[in-house]
Design a protein around this ligand. Structure first.
Ligand code: OMP
Length: 279
């Protein structure tokens, strides 16, 4: 079965479930605070709990691959199962892998996350464009074939990002703006929303770039990194309706009870609704 383009599927999910993305980041400290061991059984239990609590209600779940990779092949097996079960419950899965490489190697990453026959096939994946936007071509092409999406880092939530991302390119634009303009070109003509998204931290104050890329804007940094949903209008301006606000620890620290996770996600979702509607 061919999937509808990711942008259309995401728009529908945002409209019906609200735009919140919850990150699945099984930090060792979170496993401990949930009363679990920092081992494969703890990872499995943590992940299953989050998926069972939230996959039937949030628009997007974003597993952070590094926290699974640290357990080797058995961690990847947990990740595969989480992707499958989340998608079966109706959540879109954004694999947070932040891959970036060149040519055939980027092609192998694309085959891993964006080929429908791969065990790690996800609705979308995060990538870094700072080896040159063109280096992402294999991922952009694979996503177009499978109906998946690609989220490209533009302005990240961490303070260290600015020295690269705010640097000036040869034509006077910031590097972040250059990347955003590439994304806008990829999404041109797509409706209701393009499938190439930008990652723009909610922590940035005024982003100070043109965010009219006709694609989704993933906004991490809410919760543990200090941003709040109330910050979104100032950061995103007119583009706030395309924002997918993302929270990991801010929700996860309310486990292990499913009700605690659900209530925390609902609180963030309410705050986002209020912030975006201006009430
Ligand atoms: O691509 C991301 O998701 C991402 C981009 C970014 O600029 N900043 C950022 O924090 N993230 C990810 O978002 C998550 C943030 O987690 P919390 O700070 O616990 O909400 C982590 O998985 C980060 O890797």
């Amino acid at each position: 079965m061919t999937l509808e383009p990711f942008g259309a599927r995401l728009r529908h999910a945002m409209d019906t479930r609200g735009p919140l993305c919850v990150g699945i980041d099984p930090h060792a400290s979170l496993l401990t605070s949930w009363g679990l061991n920092d081992d494969i059984a703890g990872l499995e239990r943590f992940t299953r709990t989050v998926v069972e609590a939230l996959a039937d209600r949030v628009a997007v779940l974003k597993p952070q691959s590094a926290f699974f990779e640290r357990f080797g092949s058995r961690g990847i097996a947990v990740l595969e199962k989480a992707v499958e079960e989340s998608r079966a419950a109706g959540a879109l899965v954004l694999m947070d892998a932040k891959r970036g490489d060149i040519g055939s190697t980027m092609g192998a990453y694309a085959a891993t996350y964006l080929d429908k026959d791969s065990p790690l096939f996800s609705d979308a994946v995060t990538v870094s464009p700072y080896l040159g936007f063109g280096s992402l071509r294999p991922a952009l092409d694979a996503a177009a074939v499978s109906g998946a999406g690609v989220f490209v880092l533009a302005l990240t939530s961490n303070p260290e990002g600015a020295e690269v991302q705010r640097a000036t390119a040869a034509d006077g634009r910031s590097l972040a703006q250059l990347m955003l303009d590439h994304m806008a070109a990829e999404n041109e003509g797509a409706a209701p929303l393009g499938s190439i998204g930008a990652v723009v931290g909610a922590t940035l104050g005024d982003a100070g770039v043109d965010l009219a890329i006709n694609g989704p804007l993933l906004a991490p940094g809410i919760g543990a990194q200090g941003a709040t949903p109330a910050d979104l209008p100032a950061v995103f301006g007119d583009a706030v309706g395309n924002v997918v606000p993302s929270v990991s620890r801010g929700v996860l620290r309310h486990g292990p009870d499913a009700s605690g996770l659900r209530e925390a996600a609902e609180r963030f979702a309410d705050e986002v609704r209020r912030a975006v509607s201006g009430s």
